[in-house]
Design a protein around this ligand. Structure first.
Ligand code: 9MR
Length: 476
């Protein structure tokens, strides 16, 4: 587990700021020392675990995402950037640029990287399937050697083999199996080990979280690989769950792999629900997340849990399972959901919730803007030393708000470390939250929500004295 130094945290936060859209004031907030030391990752690290997230595509250019990624998580898995179709789109022609971008982001934020993945039947460029069988081994070894060598020393763990099994426990008849039989598995692991002996080398798959035919087959394979001295280091349980269906045998399953001397990580956690998500399903999701975290905590050889995406807006689920989604800890607007709180609590945070609502009425004076009437709702979720606050402004005026600036007073000892859907400055005392590029317009009757994470020294009270665009919204 890496320890965050203040200097590195500052450098990391400066890099976050560099990625922020349009020079947001969030940069000022994020320059608070110690900002990178709060959040789920701090709780996880105190337990000797990591908590990870997947990042892919444009996510590293979205300041809301990067702020949460760097503030909450300490492990990154590139979603697509290290897959064969990206890294070797034609034979012997390599493209590591997209993966390098994610690695740079991770390094500048003191996060580690899970490499994903080297050998997989999917997202495999067409040319590989056209390689004559007697040349597939050479092609596979060259690919692994080139990619692992490129990232040598920068990758904590590699998903060397991804999703090799059918549901019945037989091996998929993909290009690698068809050319080499089951021997391709050991060969791939050995080849990766030769290129970077320090990386922990995984087989990663889905529907192997509980004890079943597929995980039994993987267990036998792992046993036999270890007996032959194959440098297999870990088993990745992807953890793409349906709400309420985390297998009851998950802990026992993790324990049996750990007993072989293997790490066993949850690598792609999400928990999908039927849309629109009911509060009951989100509560069950919170229970499911806590179960997964607790299972990892109970297994010494579980190094950590990674979620697939930062928030629901990043998730692959709605595109693949129409009508389902809401599968992560943060909603579509990157507001923390019950699963966030249950995860923080399972990791040892003590969570308390307070909610205050203040409503104002417009006073007739000569100066206030006509549309300044507002309702502000503020919800605080706190644990030992940190808290998140979600603030919703409702425009109760008769005209639109075009560009908003909400001033308020933070409780003593609270220091904002990251924000979403707003640029907030400074980080303590009297602060001002301003809209970001995409949420400045609030029609009459409409609302806008933003939030922030803060350190606290004991006082977890909600902010007071809200003033919208220069006019006091609340008297406290
Ligand atoms: O999240 C990835 C998504 O962007 C891709 O379109 C998809 C293509 O297969 O792969 C997704 O990630 C998968 C991961 O690489 C392996 N396990 C299942 C993940 C979700 O499909």
């Amino acid at each position: 587990m890496s320890v965050t130094s203040t200097a590195r945290a500052r450098a990391a936060l400066a890099a976050t700021a560099a990625l922020a859209v349009g020079g947001l004031l969030l940069a000022c907030v994020s320059s608070q020392a110690g900002a990178a030391s709060t959040g789920l990752k701090t709780l996880a690290e105190a337990k000797g675990k990591y908590i990870g997230t997947e990042l892919t595509g444009n996510m590293v250019y979205n300041s809301t995402v990067t702020s949460l990624a760097a503030g909450q998580f300490d492990m990154v898995t590139p979603g697509n950037e290290m897959k064969w179709d990206t890294t070797e789109p034609s034979n012997g022609s390599y493209n590591f640029g997209p993966g390098d971008t994610i690695v740079s982001f991770a390094q500048s934020h003191n996060m580690r990287v899970r490499g994903h993945n080297l050998v997989w039947h999917s997202q495999l460029p067409g040319w590989v399937n056209g390689v004559p069988r007697n040349q597939v081994q050479g092609v596979m070894e060259s690919h692994i050697t080139a990619e692992v060598s490129h990232y040598k020393g920068k990758i904590y763990a590699w998903d060397v083999i991804n999703e090799p099994f059918n549901e019945d426990g037989s091996l998929r008849q993909d290009a690698f199996y068809n050319a080499m039989g089951s021997g391709y598995l050991a060969d791939a692991i050995r080849t990766a080990h030769a290129a970077d002996p320090s990386a922990v080398l995984y087989i990663n798959d889905y529907n192997i979280e509980g004890e079943n035919a597929k995980s039994n087959a993987l267990y036998s394979l792992a046993q036999s690989m270890l007996a032959q001295g194959v440098p297999l280091g870990g088993i990745g349980l992807e953890g793409h769950f349906i709400v309420g269906q985390v297998p009851s045998s998950m802990l026992a399953n993790m324990q049996r792999f750990a007993a072989l001397g293997l790490d066993v990580a949850v690598t792609e956690l999400d928990d999908r629900v039927q849309l629109p998500a009911s509060s009951g399903s989100l509560q069950q999701q919170a229970t499911d997340y806590a179960t997964v975290i607790n299972d990892c905590l109970a297994v010494t050889r579980c190094p950590g849990v990674s979620q697939w995406g930062v928030g629901d807006a990043d998730s692959w689920i709605p595109g693949t399972f129409p009508g389902q989604g809401a599968a992560t800890m943060y909603d579509n607007n990157y507001q923390p959901k019950p699963a966030y709180n249950s995860t923080a609590t399972a990791l040892g945070g003590s969570t308390t919730t307070t909610t205050t609502t203040t409503t104002t009425t417009t006073t007739t004076t000569s100066s206030p803007p006509p549309n300044s009437t507002c309702t502000v709702t503020d919800s605080v979720n706190a644990w030992n030393t940190g808290l998140t606050e979600n603030i919703t402004i409702v425009n109760t005026g008769t005209g639109p708000v075009n560009g908003w600036s909400l001033a308020f007073t933070l409780a003593g000892g609270q220091t904002i470390t990251s924000a979403w859907n707003a640029a907030i400055s400074p980080g303590s005392g009297q602060v001002t939250a301003k809209n970001v590029s995409y949420n400045g317009s609030v029609p009459p009757g409409g609302s806008v929500s933003f939030g922030f994470q803060a350190n606290h020294t004991g006082d977890t009270s909600a902010p007071t004295a809200f003033t919208l665009n220069g006019t006091r919204c609340a008297t406290g």
